[in-house]
Design a protein around this ligand. Structure first.
Ligand SMILES: Cc1cc2nc3c(=O)[nH]c(=O)nc-3n(C[C@H](O)[C@H](O)[C@H](O)COP(=O)(O)OP(=O)(O)OC[C@H]3O[C@@H](n4cnc5c(N)ncnc54)[C@H](O)[C@@H]3O)c2cc1C
Length: 469
């Protein structure tokens, strides 16, 4: 039987692959999306963004009921946690969303094939289905969107039980009494927050002198202080030498300033980063260039690899490993393939840490601005100065806006506070449009809202904040 031919073959159905597939179908390309897992949606929907946020939300409710309802005059009596139910809810959120992706693809007439895909050439893909049946598919173009997987470190190999990756840490069947987390990045801090709120004693072990290293320094320090106040133990400048699992515990040998110590945990989450997932794609044979050190696929400005007709996007390529970056690249790559001018503005990609309070930022940090030698002004404003935050009892955090010292153009915005993840959208748009701090300062913001803190921070750049004392 002759192999089926498509305009576009997409490998991987994460937020890069499935979004690219929908855009391709909209543009009239005959498209197939190949996914090795039985569920669509990739890491993001199945073991990443969505389950982690579902757990963050549930655990936040538990924490509020435990520690904050009383101040609102709400008596809850004796609280108890049904972890199995909490996990079931999370699984339902995930399965509803993965089903929606299937309907979305079907609705757009994207063909879905389940199986492990590998390249046979620049227009040929082999697919091996679960039952071992193999088929060949032809594509005028091929888009690789196979994402990433957790980085495994020597001396801390995952055993799925005591030493785990984020995937297992989204699914513990009991709350660990003592949870160790290697890595103070966003995944470690988010999952640390979940389990801490549910009752675990959480210790984050970070090799560097600070957590969340990419954050603006001032915001990073505030996050560190707030999380410690919530009960998180943070060991900085501390290296894990080795982790040894026993039947019920894991013993972790640590080194700080040449001194060796050890700690014992019920579980150890190793969240030190993720690596592009290129295994099994047969890239070497087809001659696709990969960065030998980082494992990223090297692409040109239109996402084409060095092999004509083969494109790559998302976690596979350089840049922040974020779902919205993958989706934006998927759209841009497909538009390029269809002869349009797709483009991603990498200077305005927001990033968020969904701790509570949330941390969200876009653009340059104050440290980066200083390093570039650009003249700048900073305006900041605390959430405690807004009526909305006071009503909610959310007094932690602030907005920090950095603007060019001469032109007033906004260079970066960094928010730590309630609903920072949603507030950052206005700042992303401001950066996209090359807005000045005065533009935000003169924009009327609803009252009472958290966004008023942004307006006040923008006013503070020119020292005309109304409420700052
Ligand atoms: C715990 C956690 C929380 C996160 N939270 C956030 C967040 O809040 N916000 C955010 O923006 N990002 C978050 N991320 C990151 C986000 O999940 C990734 O950046 C995003 O999923 C990358 O999308 P992608 O399309 O490149 O790849 P993936 O989502 O990794 O999808 C790749 C797909 O390709 C499939 N595949 C791989 N190889 C093959 C093959 N050979 N054949 C067929 N199919 C194959 C995989 O099964 C997978 O379904 C989080 C990640 C983790 C782990």
């Amino acid at each position: 039987m002759a192999a089926e031919t498509y305009d576009l073959v997409i490998i991987g159905s994460g937020p890069g692959g499935y979004v690219a597939a929908v855009r391709a179908a909209q543009l009239g390309l005959k498209t197939v999306c190949i996914e090795k897992s039985p569920r669509l949606g990739g890491v993001c929907l199945n073991v990443g963004c969505i389950p982690s946020k579902a757990l963050l939300d549930s655990s936040e409710y538990y924490h509020l009921a435990q520690d904050h309802f009383a101040e609102h005059g709400i008596k809850t009596g004796r609280l108890s946690l049904d972890l199995a139910k909490l996990m079931q809810r999370k699984d339902k959120v995930v399965s509803d969303l993965t089903d929606s992706v299937r309907n979305l693809l079907k609705g757009n007439k994207v063909e879905i094939i389940h199986g492990q895909a590998s390249l046979l050439g620049n227009q040929q893909v082999k697919v091996v289905a679960d039952e071992g049946k193999s088929s060949t598919i032809l594509g005028k173009s091929i888009l690789l969107a196979t994402g990433s997987h957790p980085l495994e470190v020597p001396g801390m190999s995952f055993d799925g039980e005591r030493i785990v990756s984020s995937t297992e840490a989204l699914n513990f069947d009991t709350v660990p009494k003592q949870l160790g987390i290697v890595g103070g990045g966003y995944i470690g801090l988010e999952l640390g927050s979940v389990w801490m709120r549910l009752g675990a004693k959480v210790t984050v072990i970070e090799m560097l002198p600070k957590i969340a290293t990419t954050l603006d320094g001032q915001v990073g320090r505030a996050l560190d202080r707030i999380l410690k106040k919530q009960g998180l133990e943070v060991l900085l400048n501390t290296r894990v030498v080795e982790a040894k699992p026993t039947a019920k515990k894991v013993k972790v040998s640590l080194e700080k300033d040449g001194q060796q110590t050890s700690k014992t945990f019920d579980r150890l989450l190793v969240a030190v980063g993720r690596k592009p997932l290129t295994q099994g794609l047969n890239l070497e044979e087809v001659g696709i260039e990969i960065d030998a050190k980082s494992g990223h696929i090297i692409v040109g400005p239109n996402y084409e690899t060095n092999v004509k007709g083969v494109f790559a996007i998302g976690d596979l390529t350089y840049g922040p490993m974020l779902a919205h970056k993958a989706s934006a690249e998927g759209i841009a790559a497909v538009e390029g393939i269809a002869g349009l001018a797709g483009e991603v503005n990498y200077d305005t990609i927001p990033s968020v840490i969904y701790t509570w309070p949330e941390v969200a930022s876009v653009g340059l940090t104050e440290e980066a601005v200083k390093e570039k030698g650009v003249p700048y002004c900073v305006g900041s404003y605390p959430f405690s100065g807004t009526g909305r935050a006071r009503c909610m009892g959310e007094k932690e955090g602030f907005v920090k806006l950095i603007a060019h010292g001469k032109t007033d153009r906004i260079l970066g915005v960094h928010i730590i506070g309630p609903r920072a993840a949603d507030m950052i959208a206005e700042c992303v748009l401001a950066l996209e449009f090359g807005a000045s701090s005065e533009d935000i300062a003169r924009t009327v913001h609803g009252h009472p809202t958290f966004a008023e803190a942004l307006q006040e921070a923008a006013m503070a750049v020119r020292k005309c904040s109304i409420y700052a004392s």
